[in-house]
Design a protein around this ligand. Sequence first.
Ligand code: ZN
Length: 323
Amino acid sequence: MKMNTYNTNILTNINMVFMKPSQRMGPVGIFSFLFIVYGWICAWPQADASRQPHAPLNSANPREISVFIRVDDIFMMGSDIQPQEIDAFLGVAEKHKAKVVLATIPNRLLQKTNRDAKMAEQLRDYIKRGHQVFQHGFNHKCPFTGDKGMEFYQPKISNGYTKEQRMEKIREGKQMLEAVIGRKVTGYVGPGNDGLYIKPDLESLSELGFLWLPDFETSTTFIDHQQGHFINGLEYTWALKDETYRETMDEAKSNFLETIKEHDIWAIKFHDHFTRKNYNNGIVVRWFDELLTWLDSQPDVRAAYCTYDEYYAKRHTEFSAEF
Ligand SMILES: [Zn+2]
């Protein structure tokens, strides 16, 4: 839109410059000419601004932005906030035709969380509804130190996991999840700070069949890698309170607007148990609904919510998450 106005001005100005003197209209014409030249000079920086990697925003032909939504810690250990399920959050996603990626802790399937195989049944149901399951560590707890902020990588101790041992454990977790959902698990999210130390294992994780390692860095990253892409989203709703609702909402919106200046993808991250219906009267569920309503109302772009598998399949026609 801006671009069109700018081009029209330029064309008008160029026509004026190349007019024969007889075609000009005396002092009024000269004044108009100077005025337009002044306008042209003022408008000049817009020519640089338009040299973005993408076409200018245009509500008649909105640009598609692939939006990834991820919830980590499915299902969190030791939280007394019920219900454990994140159906309310997924219900909001589905209202907006959005997909959610659930970074799931495999060991929960062996614990009381999966009493009566309820968790397994829920995961299958989420998949049926079009959402995706990623692997999130194995147990989200280091067996050597008891640290729940890291699992496989403990730089402070010398007798932790060897590379072979951690790959074996990650493979075991992957197989557990795949046996339950009946699909390939194509993404791995390191628990807590593990993501910061994952670099030496990138190739091994890729060999295990992971295409996505989105927490490779803590900042928002869009790194092309021969094994896949790393798209990390920021989190705004950790321990969300009424007092921080508005401020975090504004931050998320401006992060979206900033990111799409250079990219056609945007990711955002949440955490179980904050996404549960009864966490602070469902504050994160409400926040999520408001954000998606805002995203859907953007005039110049269209938020195309997708799972990583859908995104990948569009670009690699041979890919299938089916066995
Ligand atoms: Zn986690």
